[in-house]
Design a protein around this ligand. Structure first.
Ligand code: PLP
Length: 411
């Protein structure tokens, strides 16, 4: 898609790094299968997870696993939350044996992979209540508590509340401390989808935005986003390592653990759906060793500053309109003009996006926020410099003016 280019801002992707690429190359040569084993590779895997625990404020005793990405990290966390809250041995008996249906809660901005996880677990899409958001796209905490108490009265068991640090649409950050408090009050599993924002923990100027993440029972994070690890690399952290292990451990007669030899030690597949697993840790380990965690933190701050610059350019232009507050590094705006109606606005902005993509200049994507269709620029890119954003704005306005003439004046 062009995501290693300085003017790529579509959806939400890391932009890669050369040391990480070298790590992937060496991984293929080394050939390790990280299902487990008493090897240096397995220890590096555990060390990378230990670093992530330390940075997110999780205890060293927590469990964790490197995954293919954030979707799988969320899937693992939800499986463990389900087993924790089912009140039956759900591995043995299955979900039909549960005494009460379970309910999960997330804001209406929740990422679709969480819905997919609940469907895949056969809890059904209806097991997720989407809580309304305020005008900053943050979860309405009063509405969350109301949904919880309504469910309790109706005989449904509140199982898990999901806070998002950095929503995919707009980068909104839920009030994690407030959600954690309700989870404690009603004995609910507290999951944080930190695929975008968990690494705010290492950003000196914006660390506070992720306060409360350390209170979670589980966190999904995504090194292939803000750590720029070459695809793929996600990670799930589970506070209760025993619960993590009890949910996913499984050993055939052909794979019995030993006290020494090649298969001794912690078996990583006991924390994962996958048995055979790639050596994802090396590319993360090497790029962190080369650059230092502080540099990655400064790049996060830099991305957020670039987004503020873009917001400023949008404000300056009479032809552009900001569609959502800029909380992190995502800017939602559109070409707008009072004489154009909503349907034409959508057509014009979609065509602006496609023309800019096809011209090869840049890749913005689009979305809809509070009913308004808009262009969406996610500056999760360490190669973007300010003139790149000037060019984008000039191009949006130019294409917008051309299209306005085509659509309005010559329909
Ligand atoms: C990207 C994203 C995901 C999914 O992660 P993948 O690595 O693409 O599978 C989940 N949640 C949020 C908030 C995301 O931005």
């Amino acid at each position: 898609m062009g995501n290693i280019h300085p003017q790529f801002w579509g959806w939400y992707m890391g932009s890669g790094n050369f040391t990480g690429a070298l790590g992937d190359f060496l991984t293929a040569i080394d050939g390790s299968n990280l299902g487990g084993g008493n090897t240096a590779a397995a220890m590096m895997d555990s060390q990378v997870i230990d670093w992530f625990k330390e940075k997110t404020g999780f205890p060293a005793t927590a469990g964790g696993s490197l995954t293919s990405g954030g979707s799988m990290a969320n899937m693992v966390a939800h499986t463990i939350a389900l087993n924790a809250k089912a009140e039956v041995n759900v591995r043995e008996e299955g979900i039909l044996a549960m005494p009460q249906p379970l309910r999960y809660y997330a804001s209406d901005q929740v990422h679709n992979c969480l819905k997919k996880a609940l469907e895949t677990l056969r809890l059904g899409a209806k097991s997720l209540t989407t809580v309304p958001t305020d005008n900053h796209q943050r979860m309405d905490i009063t509405a969350l508590e109301q949904a919880i108490t309504d469910d309790i009265s109706a005989g449904i068991k509140p199982a898990c509340a999901i806070g998002t640090v950095g929503t995919t649409n707009t980068g909104a950050v839920d009030d994690l401390n407030a959600i954690a408090q309700l989870c404690q009050k009603y004995e609910i599993w507290f999951h944080v989808d930190g695929c975008i924002g968990a690494f705010l923990r290492i950003a000196p100027k914006h660390r506070h935005l992720s306060d409360g993440i350390e209170l979670a029972d589980s966190i999904a994070l995504d090194p292939h986003k803000w750590l720029h690890t070459p695809f793929e690399a996600g990670c799930v952290l589970i506070r209760d390592a025993k619960r993590h292990f009890e949910t996913l451990k499984m050993h055939g007669e052909y794979l019995q653990m030993q006290t020494h030899g090649v298969i001794a030690g912690k078996f990583l597949a006991d924390y994962s759906f996958d048995l055979s697993r790639g050596f994802k840790a090396l590319k993360i380990w090497m790029s962190l060793k080369e650059n230092g965690v502080k540099k990655f933190g400064r790049l996060i701050d830099q991305n957020i500053a670039r987004a503020q610059y873009l917001k400023h350019l949008v404000h300056e232009s009479l032809k552009l309109q900001l569609v959502a507050p800029v909380a992190l590094n995502i800017v939602c705006f559109r070409y707008a003009n009072r004489k154009i109606d909503e349907a034409d606005l959508q057509a014009i902005n979609t065509e602006i996006m496609l023309r800019i993509q096809e011209s090869g200049l840049a890749v913005p994507s689009d979305t809809t926020v509070a009913g308004k269709h808009c262009l969406r620029v996610a500056i999760n890119n360490h190669r973007t410099i300010l003139p790149d954003l000037d060019l984008l704005i000039d191009s949006v306005v130019q294409h917008g003016e051309d299209l306005e003439n085509e659509v309005i004046d010559h329909p």
